[in-house]
Design a protein around this ligand. Structure first.
Ligand code: NAP
Length: 219
């Protein structure tokens, strides 16, 4: 699949590289394609282009810029994303990362979806950190990527992307549940940095009744 990863920073870099290793063609969107291309020169199926070009060429897009710039960015490339699946991995953090600036009855993902009203927005990957992204296992257990929003087809496509990165996908219902997925990412930050857990942990839901994952074998 041709995937536009919008943002070449820590998280965009980690997600794009992992998806490229899984066989996808990655087109990074960047404010400075020339300046950032050298960072991906070692990868054969990665290119770096202006945001609008990457959005146009991608069949699916991943929003990987800081929240403060996300709405301006998606507003500027809205037409290029019409009719496409847009994966939002942003967390609406305050500049000092001490709290969420959106929450309660709204979320970053819902605000992006209101701007991209002709796209199908799915929240995913926001609860995994860039440093951990390449390794989904913690003491042998595979972490889950929680995702919500979209419809049956888009959820299946995003789940397949999650699993191609080596994670288990956990479907979490409607896009409005992004309010809580974004809060879970905030919990991760609090535990890692303020409760001194360190960064080597991920989340996983366990429950009775029926299997919550469909994949038996993982890379
Ligand atoms: N880091 C993590 O572990 C992590 C985990 C989960 C979710 N997230 C979320 O992922 C998003 C990106 O975080 P990050 O850690 O990757 O941030 P980052 O390293 O600071 O990179 C952000 C990228 O956004 C792009 N960008 C576009 N417009 C920008 C502007 N006006 N000012 C600055 N950068 C701009 C830049 O790429 P170009 O220079 O190429 O345009 C920059 O490299 C955030 O919403 C964050 O909450 C991060």
């Amino acid at each position: 699949m041709r995937i536009a990863v919008l943002g070449t920073g820590k998280m965009g870099g980690a997600v794009g590289r992992r998806l490229a290793s899984a066989g996808h063609k990655i087109i990074y969107g960047s404010r400075d394609p020339k300046g950032n291309s050298y960072r991906f020169a070692d990868a054969s199926n990665i290119s770096v282009k202006p945001y609008a070009v990457a959005s146009r060429e991608g069949e699916l897009a991943v929003i990987a810029v800081p929240w403060a710039f996300a709405l301006d960015l998606v507003g500027s490339i809205k037409n290029d994303l019409d009719g496409k699946i847009v994966v939002d991995l942003t967390n609406p953090l305050a500049p000092d990362a001490s709290h969420l600036v959106v929450g309660g009855a709204d979320s970053a993902a819902e605000q992006i979806a209101r701007t991209l009203d002709q796209s199908t927005v799915v929240k995913a990957f926001n609860g995994i950190t860039a440093d951990n992204f390449a390794n989904p296992r913690f003491s042998g257990e595979v972490a889950q990527v929680f995702y919500c929003g979209g419809d049956g087809d888009s959820k299946a496509i995003v789940r397949a992307l999650i699993e191609s990165c080596g994670y288990l996908g956990q479907e979490c219902g409607a896009l409005s549940n992004a309010r809580y997925l974004e809060a879970i990412a905030m919990l991760w930050l609090q535990l890692a940095f303020w409760e001194d857990w360190g960064g080597a942990f991920g989340f996983k839901i366990v429950r009775n009744g029926h299997a919550i994952t469909t994949r038996d074998t993982l890379p």
